[in-house]
Ligand binder design. Sequence first.
Ligand code: F0G
Length: 444
Amino acid sequence: MQRKVNSLEYHRDTLFVQRCISANCRTEYKIADRLYVCSRCGGLLDIERDDAFDTTQMRELWRQRRSSADTRDRSGVWRFREFLPFAHDDPIVSLGEGNTPLYDAPRSANYCRLPQLKLKHQGCNPTGSFKDTGMTSAVTQARKLGARLVVCASTGNTAASLAAYAARADLVCAILVPAGQVSHAKLAQALDYGAKVLEIDGNFDACMNTIRELSENDSIYLVNSINPFRIEGQKTVAFELAEQLEWRVPDHLVMPGGNLGNSSAFGKGFRELLEIGLIDRQPKITVVQAEGAAPFARFALTSDADFINEEHPKTLASAIKIGAPVSWQKAWRAVRETGGSVITVTEQEIADAKAMIGRDGIGCEPASATTVAGIRKLVREGVIKEDETVVAVLTGHILKDTDYVIKYHNGTLTAPENEQITGTFSNSPVRVAASRDAIAALLL
Ligand code: F0G
């Protein structure tokens, strides 16, 4: 049943369900059921939509909403609400997330030996990372369910994002972070937004295990990306990217991999776009991990074997220092379905790629730079061809980890195995007297 109510609303009876992704289970649950994983087999859950759309009308509507004054229309996530498992008049928790830029990056392209490279900068979200696109939907769901306490484990960005959205929703929020392993900027955000920050002796994986046990308690709502409502918000970035490219998808889409929610979400977004005919193929999704924290890349080499966690993940890209990614099955589905790959890059490659992204006037945090490092490697190996279109997803803002940046540029950045990182593109400050002549001598 379709009924066009006004120019910016597309009303229809849409049915959403939650379903286990495991091929021999596929148990279905109601959308209002408060679950993180399948109660029967423990498998991950997908949210599925059951209807068909007039795609021409949809594209026009989404475009029109960009110039509307309504909060839902202005959000780059809620603009695509026909694909989100909420009623049209549900009150939402939004900070104006999404609508992030897609940049041309000529210097990074040249560094990768490509004629062109585009960077989708998810660091331009309200709290400086892609997490906001999923947090708006997860916290909206938390409020809908009447949750009072929302929680997550985090390497820093999820924490900052949840803290902000919980503050907007007036919910109590607690975050578990590995003590001493989160950048000051991310910690500062969580503190300022009023979250209860609990520092754990152990790594991210220990935080994740503990918080999963804790959230078996019904008064606690977990919003890590194991929660399918997080993935729903994050998948809209695929819609936004396809729209920015006038519905022609790139040959390759490259992103960092940590807990593997982001790659799962992009996979789901592009699959849904293909199903309704808004695109005619999916981009090959490639996930890049840091060499010292690469359980998914190792699994991809022997995909019929069991997934083996990395017990002691090590990387300076602290956002992706993760050894037991909770969403690996969904991410693997995205990589396999699209014909992509999973690769690793070294600490030196990440550091140099990051500096190169900076030279394009764009910048990002270390984890995001795995993408350009990975693309360079794939071009060298002939996996990415010169005439193919490539988009890299930058997941976090440059100001998320300034300590790393300063150390790279002054030559004191040291990798986890005490290996010194060379400042290949370093740019150190120069101390100079406050005199016109001294400064002119340096500059002219
Ligand atoms: N890039 C950044 C900047 C991140 O913060 C993360 C994850 C990733 C990439 C990896 O994305 O987990 O979806 O594969 N950060 C999480 C956090 C783990 O707690 O902030 P993923």
